[in-house]
Design a protein around this ligand. Sequence first.
Ligand SMILES: *[C@@H]1O[C@H](CO)[C@@H](O)[C@H](O)[C@H]1NC(C)=O
Ligand SMILES: *[C@@H]1O[C@H](CO)[C@@H](O)[C@H](O)[C@H]1NC(C)=O
Ligand SMILES: *[C@@H]1O[C@H](CO)[C@@H](O)[C@H](O)[C@H]1NC(C)=O
Ligand SMILES: *[C@@H]1O[C@H](CO)[C@@H](O)[C@H](O)[C@H]1NC(C)=O
Ligand SMILES: *[C@@H]1O[C@H](CO)[C@@H](O)[C@H](O)[C@H]1NC(C)=O
Ligand SMILES: *[C@@H]1O[C@H](CO)[C@@H](O)[C@H](O)[C@H]1NC(C)=O
Ligand SMILES: *[C@@H]1O[C@H](CO)[C@@H](O)[C@H](O)[C@H]1NC(C)=O
Length: 415
Amino acid sequence: MSAYQNTQYQAVDTGASGYSYANPNSYSYNVAQEQKRQNQRSKWIVIASVAGVLALIAIGVGVGVGVAKSHKNSNTKSAAASSSNSNTSGVVQQTDPNDPSSFVKNPALKQSFYGMAYTPYGSQLPNCNNSLAEVITDIQLLSQLTKRIRLYGADCNQSALVLEAIKQTKVDMKVFLGNYPIATDAGQAYERQRDLIKDALTTYGTDHVAGITVGNEFILNYLTDNGGSQQDPNGPVGNAGAALLLTNITDTMNMVSSMNLDVPVGNADAGSYFNTQILSAVKYGMANVHPWFAAQSIQDAAGWTADFFATTNVAAANALSNKPTMYIAETGWPTKSSSVEAESDGPSNASVANLQIYLDTFVCQANANGTGYMYFEYFDEGWKDVQFGGVEGWWGLFNADRTLKNVTIPDCAAP
Ligand SMILES: *[C@@H]1O[C@H](CO)[C@@H](O)[C@H](O)[C@H]1NC(C)=O
Ligand SMILES: *[C@@H]1O[C@H](CO)[C@@H](O)[C@H](O)[C@H]1NC(C)=O
Ligand SMILES: *[C@@H]1O[C@H](CO)[C@@H](O)[C@H](O)[C@H]1NC(C)=O
Ligand SMILES: *[C@@H]1O[C@H](CO)[C@@H](O)[C@H](O)[C@H]1NC(C)=O
Ligand SMILES: *[C@@H]1O[C@H](CO)[C@@H](O)[C@H](O)[C@H]1NC(C)=O
Ligand SMILES: *[C@@H]1O[C@H](CO)[C@@H](O)[C@H](O)[C@H]1NC(C)=O
Ligand SMILES: *[C@@H]1O[C@H](CO)[C@@H](O)[C@H](O)[C@H]1NC(C)=O
């Protein structure tokens, strides 16, 4: 523990409480940067869901993120389902253009990742610019890297698109569906996504569903918006936030059982922000553990992630009688920054070379250790770069156009 309490993190302003990740009750993990990140994210979500839609459309239209330029017709479902089911992106070849399961495997890709974080391109309100054809390409690529993916939300029909793509590609893949509620909208975002998830479960069943994650960084956001993220997630404000989210978690559990299905319901939050009442209610917890935002050097990054997760998240879960299964919800390393000030986390830079080091030191070691993790992430996300800048849009193994970055994928079979 104290091995990590070196001078490196002092380069980052971690706030008055310093940096106490080694403490199982810690809630100050990277407070300054994570808070900034979350402030930006929650603002975006609220804006997108409530009001500033026109401005966002303008931004979205104005910025070409250069994904799959051939998909000009992706707004219509019929086009996506018929003509563009062929190898339109040009990234993945199919021996039969009409059969997505006939895709040609890329020998550079190895099924070495326990799981992978994924948001289909164009799955943000209000414009919902995703397409089945693009999701099929993604699933063809993702299935060559992992047997599990994690979604964050359900807007824009992404649950059904992913399950349809798994069906058509016939790959061995399970998905953690996601519902990303907002504390201040009287349950609108939650209910909208719940209904989309219900439809998807009704259509596709649960053979390829690993779980339903209700809440993404809900407690971190709730603390940030109600007095600041320095507060204890198990203090009065954290418990008030938990009470809100628990209504949604319980509602999803009731939905699942009323459908006579057996699907675990879980929750995801930043690694230092789990509320005990929430963790006591769920089957699994997913914790973001980011060496970059914790100002670790790339040499220490993988070891720090393993240590933080074990001492903070796994230990907390094991202390509860329901013993929720814990996963790392996000871990990775960015390859570039859109601003000079975010180029470095203090000791190390955002770069492809450092992504390679993180892959080489984390992936096979975590597999051998039996850690369940969702690698962050599949591809670069242009909308995040537009909204948040810095390193936010540049965490992909693939570029936004689905070409692999200049990395060698580790070669060890994931469980
Ligand atoms: C919609 O997606 C296509 C690629 O599928 C992209 O070319 C286009 O710019 C996107 N439009 C918006 C408004 O994001
Ligand atoms: C799709 O892939 C097949 C096999 O690689 C190729 O023969 C065909 O030309 C491709 N079609 C398109 C539209 O790119
Ligand atoms: C959602 O996607 C599925 C699979 O492509 C499709 O069958 C369904 O019509 C879509 N629903 C909506 C509302 O777009
Ligand atoms: C979901 O949670 C919100 C508070 O965040 C609450 O207003 C809403 O009633 C809840 N809805 C259900 C169905 O649980
Ligand atoms: C790392 O980033 C800093 C700026 O934060 C820059 O000055 C330096 O040249 C970078 N180092 C490398 C090796 O790219
Ligand atoms: C794997 O376990 C070893 C032994 O406990 C530990 O030193 C290492 O940091 C772990 N690495 C990962 C990536 O889990
Ligand atoms: C790719 O990375 C290797 C080092 O792993 C380097 O030698 C090579 O120049 C890089 N290629 C490109 C195109 O950047």
